[in-house]
Design a protein. Sequence first.
Length: 164
Amino acid sequence: MTLLVRPAAAADAARVAEIYRHYVTDTVVTFEIDPPPATDWAQRIEAATAFLVGEADGAIAGFAYATVWKPRAAYRFTCEDSIYLAPATHGRGHGRIMLEALIGAARAAGLQRMIATIADTGNPASVRLHKTLGFRPAGRLERVGWKFDHWIDVELLQLDLDAA
């Protein structure tokens, strides 16, 4: 199954919200507690530095986006990445394709650093994917998220986008 990656449009917001809902309600991958509606996602698509969707067989199978790391001006060359795949599409290499495309979009936007903020879920797949694409460990934040009645640690990884 080929994955076609393209820039997201406001019309994609409903499917993006549908995919993300699973992560909010069933996992600790995101620290959001309430699933944002499609109208919020339309605004997020517009505000993101880069927002991509991946289509497989004519349907959106996942999305990836880069947002400003922190709002202060000194951070303007640093972004944070996020990747979410429809649960039925896991294990097909779509995450790697999406992250590679997002890294390219961030470079094209003139960004210099990309930060991955990954909840420690006990599944190392996301950390492994990021490391495979050149991210290096940048730290660990302990017990910073509270969801489903327990504390969650976060791993930070960093990629230098201006490196060859």
